[in-house]
Design a protein around this ligand. Structure first.
Ligand SMILES: [Zn+2]
Length: 331
């Protein structure tokens, strides 16, 4: 490895990106807007946070991780670092959120060198919000740095992409994920190896699976259930609705898992270069995309989003689920 200066950044892997940013800061060549792209849970947020720390660190080797600024940013509690994202994953980032941010950015930093705005999953911004942000990118303030994250630059306005420095994060090697799980998270070697392989190089996914094995099991069960429903007739689907509506607590995470599945299928069916999330289901997703096509994926994804919205508004659970499962394609 040629990395010499940047090994202390709190980021696992992505050495070239870290080295590049570290050098840009040391030489005072930091751009005012960056776009970090890559698969979900691959480390985009961690890199954005580390960059915010490095920009405002008061220690000797930024980001030192020790100074007041680093400590506050690590806890997402620094007054000069603003976080903006949709209300939930798969939701919509709205224009009011961008306007609020613009008001904040118009002020001088409160105590830091730079005001940093981190806009997560900017592909979830609606057109009005994206256009509003464009104005900020066109007239950057000298003491503000904007960091956008997104799954792929293909899903953003070209005018936004062209005003940001792009950093595309690739999946980490299995060995890097395994070593990190063993050394930094004290995972037993067997488990570290299994999770690293399942992760598809997404360190965030692996850490979450390690810390919350129950969620991993629930995710697997949710996807198994979905596959069964897709192969099932009307009667089988109604029976599934029956059992699902009995347990409302697990319903939202289950639907979010399904939403991720359809999003993946839409990417595959549309021939997108954006990486998929449910890496371990790639074979099924490929078959499905081939068999039912892009329209079915689009419809199923929209139906799932609508159902999530409805359930958030206390709609009739059983009715909402019935409509949803009848909207899903039949295999
Ligand atoms: Zn520091």
């Amino acid at each position: 490895m040629t990395t010499t200066h940047a090994q202390h950044w709190p980021v696992i892997g992505h050495e070239w990106a870290v080295e590049h940013l570290d050098r840009a800061i040391r030489h005072g060549r930091m751009r005012h807007a960056l776009l970090i792209t890559g698969a979900s849970q691959i480390g985009k947020t961690a890199l954005a946070r580390a960059l915010a720390m490095a920009l405002n660190c008061t220690g000797d080797a930024p980001p030192c991780g020790q100074c007041r600024s680093c400590t506050l940013i690590a806890k997402d509690g620094h007054p000069d670092v603003a976080w903006v994202e949709a209300d939930r994953e798969g939701g919509t980032l709205k224009i009011d959120q961008v306007r609020d941010l613009q008001q904040t950015l118009a002020l001088r930093p409160y105590e830091a060198r730079y005001r940093v705005a981190i806009l997560l999953r900017f592909h979830e911004a609606n057109p009005a919000a994206a256009n509003a942000l464009l104005k900020t990118l066109e007239e950057p303030s000298p003491d503000a740095v904007l960091i956008l994250t997104a799954d792929s630059a293909d899903h953003l306005l070209p005018t936004i992409v062209s005003r940001c420095q792009p950093l595309h994060l690739r999946p980490l090697p299995v060995d890097t994920v395994r070593d990190a799980l063993e050394r930094r998270w004290d995972a037993p070697p067997d488990q570290a190896q299994t999770l690293a392989q399942l992760s598809g190089g997404r360190i965030g996914w692996a850490i979450e699976a390690l810390e919350n094995p129950e969620a991993l099991e629930q995710r697997g069960a949710a996807l198994d259930m979905l596959e069964m429903a897709l192969h099932g007739n009307r009667r089988a689907r109604f029976a599934l609705v029956e059992s699902l509506s009995a347990d409302k607590q697990t319903l939202l995470p289950l639907l979010e898992t399904w939403q991720g599945f359809w999003r993946d299928m839409l990417l595959i069916a549309g021939g997108s270069r954006a990486p998929i999330t449910n890496h371990d289901r790639a074979a099924t997703l490929g078959d499905l995309a081939h068999e039912t096509g892009i329209d079915a994926a689009q419809q199923a994804l929209q139906a799932t989003r609508r159902t999530l919205d409805l359930l958030g508004k206390n709609a009739n659970t059983r009715l909402a689920l019935e409509v949803l499962l009848l909207d899903y394609p039949v295999l």
